[in-house]
Design a binder for this molecule. Structure first.
Ligand SMILES: *[C@@H]1O[C@H](CO)[C@@H](O)[C@H](O)[C@H]1NC(C)=O
Ligand SMILES: *[C@@H]1O[C@H](CO)[C@@H](O)[C@H](O)[C@H]1NC(C)=O
Ligand SMILES: *[C@@H]1O[C@H](CO)[C@@H](O)[C@H](O)[C@H]1NC(C)=O
Ligand SMILES: *[C@@H]1O[C@H](CO)[C@@H](O)[C@H](O)[C@H]1NC(C)=O
Ligand SMILES: *[C@@H]1O[C@H](CO)[C@@H](O)[C@H](O)[C@H]1NC(C)=O
Ligand SMILES: *[C@@H]1O[C@H](CO)[C@@H](O)[C@H](O)[C@H]1NC(C)=O
Ligand SMILES: *[C@@H]1O[C@H](CO)[C@@H](O)[C@H](O)[C@H]1NC(C)=O
Ligand SMILES: *[C@@H]1O[C@H](CO)[C@@H](O)[C@H](O)[C@H]1NC(C)=O
Ligand SMILES: *[C@@H]1O[C@H](CO)[C@@H](O)[C@H](O)[C@H]1NC(C)=O
Ligand SMILES: *[C@@H]1O[C@H](CO)[C@@H](O)[C@H](O)[C@H]1NC(C)=O
Ligand SMILES: *[C@@H]1O[C@H](CO)[C@@H](O)[C@H](O)[C@H]1NC(C)=O
Ligand SMILES: *[C@@H]1O[C@H](CO)[C@@H](O)[C@H](O)[C@H]1NC(C)=O
Length: 432
């Protein structure tokens, strides 16, 4: 999706999230069992009921207890935003659905003045140490903050009101909440969470390091005439070492998107439906900014009924930014009914004349598309369109088995030399 990244930056200071625990349980689903009753640091939190807002009690419990268990029999009413800054080694387990009614996403916030009130749901705990002279900047370009946060959560349902999408359809300047943001946190695990009907993006990893999502079930379904809009599954921004795996996504925008300064990312075993695909970018949009996406692997992805499959997009034209896309691999994709199964667009949002005059300054290097199979929705199955002047290099295409629903599939390319055993599928690339 192409919302302003400045907006992203604004939104990101206001967050939702939860949980954590200092020990590795190896992924066993054993939380909240009887053993915890003997743990003096484990607390059980039950909704107060009678229309009370449970937010303050929830926050107190998380502050006081290393583990907070919400039994299946209770539903917390989280009606005010929670600021969880500073917490670490916490673990929140919810056995109830829905966990967060997301009361705060409804009317009173919809009309509020700006993002400072709108978005903060939780801000994940961050332990900031005093700046050290010796501390190097992270490769992603922000000063790393040291955190001891280890988050593990189970069963979160964000029940947003569908009228966010309807309202946005008539007012595109409406600021909408991102359901969960991990902001400036390190060593975070989020797993076994179900999220539904996010007003805007479902997940944003902003300035994070070593953040893992495992077994997340995302579903955005509209019951009105306006579809789920901008409901990206994940956006990664200025973050390093992010893993997103074993998840099911049904949404209406990017399944996963790597925004500026996403490095060392692994996406694996995703089943995406109805999305805009796994997407690098868009990058290089803002003048004066340098965007990096490096060392990204997306593997074992099933992509159905989508606008795109595997995609890289970078701006060209006057007054845009610059950057580098380097060492990006898309492998083992199975696609079904996808409009554009394989895409590089290095003249993103730029007409041909402007792209020829001002080729993209976001260079694309060492990209592999391998073992990509399935069907498109139309005749075109791959479009690798680079800016003029050799801005793409080492683009490798291997083991394609893509077909069109009827007739022969078409492959197109522009301003690029392709290597690999699928290169012969492409005609001589257009030179502009
Ligand atoms: C949740 O709390 C708010 C604020 O106290 C209250 O207005 C609302 O009725 C509560 N909702 C439920 C379902 O109890
Ligand atoms: C959140 O809490 C931290 C630590 O108490 C504080 O520094 C920060 O200003 C709070 N943020 C908001 C938005 O309230
Ligand atoms: C990305 O990282 C580079 C190098 O550290 C830095 O110059 C640039 O400002 C960063 N860009 C963003 C969007 O954070
Ligand atoms: C659109 O949303 C913005 C931001 O919430 C608000 O300021 C503006 O009044 C809304 N416009 C209309 C026509 O509702
Ligand atoms: C990454 O986070 C996980 C979970 O908190 C932790 O077990 C692991 O040691 C961390 N890895 C590094 C390199 O810090
Ligand atoms: C997948 O997406 C299509 C198109 O958006 C939708 O019609 C279908 O219901 C979705 N399937 C599932 C299992 O969500
Ligand atoms: C490319 O990125 C992958 C991770 O996606 C990493 O394992 C590999 O070492 C990187 N290769 C180079 C040459 O940087
Ligand atoms: C990419 O991976 C290579 C090989 O592991 C590493 O040397 C390089 O620093 C990584 N790049 C970034 C930006 O982390
Ligand atoms: C190609 O991808 C499919 C789907 O992910 C996978 O089942 C198959 O093992 C892959 N083939 C190779 C040679 O890796
Ligand atoms: C192409 O884009 C340039 C720069 O944005 C603009 O000035 C020009 O009018 C556009 N040309 C066409 C044919 O749309
Ligand atoms: C290519 O995909 C078709 C189904 O779409 C399958 O029947 C065929 O075996 C595949 N070919 C290879 C070489 O994997
Ligand atoms: C393709 O390779 C040829 C020969 O090395 C080179 O002259 C040409 O500039 C390359 N084209 C692009 C678009 O990189």
């Amino acid at each position: 999706m192409r919302i302003s990244l400045f907006l992203v930056a604004l939104l990101s200071s206001l967050q939702l999230s939860l949980g954590s625990k200092g020990k590795d349980d190896g992924g066993k689903d054993d939380h909240g069992h009887d053993g915890h009753d003997n743990d003096p640091h484990a607390c059980i939190l039950i909704a107060k009921g009678h229309g009370a807002d449970d937010s303050p009690r929830f926050l107190s419990a998380v502050q006081a207890c290393s583990e907070v268990i919400i039994p299946a029999s209770t539903t917390l009413n989280i009606s005010t935003r929670l600021n969880m800054t500073g917490l670490h080694n916490k673990h929140i387990v919810s056995k109830s659905l829905p966990f967060f009614p997301v009361k705060y996403l409804t009317a009173p916030f919809r009309t509020c003045k700006g993002p400072s009130v709108l978005i903060l749901i939780f801000r994940i705990g961050v332990e900031t140490v005093s700046p050290s002279r010796s501390k190097p900047k992270s490769p992603s370009g922000y000063s790393a903050v040291k955190t001891l946060f280890w988050m593990e959560a189970e069963l979160l349902t964000a029940r947003a009101r569908l009228d966010w999408w309807d309202t946005f359809a008539t007012n595109s300047s409406l600021l909408r909440p991102i359901t969960m943001t991990i902001f400036q946190a390190t060593n975070v695990v989020v797993k076994n969470i179900k999220m539904i009907n996010s007003p805007e993006w479902f997940n944003l990893v902003n300035e994070g390091k070593n953040v893992t999502y495992d077994n997340i079930n995302i579903n955005a379904v509209s019951t009105s005439t306006h579809g789920p809009s901008n409901t990206d599954g994940w956006d990664v921004y200025r973050s390093d070492q992010v893993t997103i795996k074993n998840s099911i996504i049904n949404n209406g925008d990017d399944c996963v998107s790597f925004k500026p300064n996403s490095t060392n990312i692994l996406v694996s075993n995703l089943n995406c439906n109805g999305s805009h695909g796994i997407s690098v970018g868009s990058l290089g949009q803002f003048a004066g900014m340098f965007d990096i996406v490096e060392n990204v692997t997306s593997t074992n992805v099933k992509m159905s009924n989508a606008q795109n499959g595997a995609r890289i997009k970078a701006w060209a034209g006057p007054n845009v930014g610059s950057g580098i896309v380097k060492n990006v691999t898309f492998e083992n994709f199975v696609e079904f009914n996808v409009d554009n199964p394989v895409v590089i667009d290095q003249c993103y949002m730029t007409n041909a004349t402007a792209c020829a005059q001002f080729p993209s300054n976001t260079f694309i290097q060492d990209v592999v598309f391998t073992n990509i199979s399935g069907t498109s929705s139309g005749s075109q199955v791959a479009s690798l369109a680079c800016s003029p002047d050799g801005r793409c290099s080492d683009i490798d295409v291997e083991n394609f088995n893509l077909s069109a629903p009827t007739g022969p599939p078409t492959f197109v390319c522009q301003n690029v030399n392709l290597t690999g055993n699928a290169a012969d599928l492409f005609p001589t690339c257009t030179v502009t």
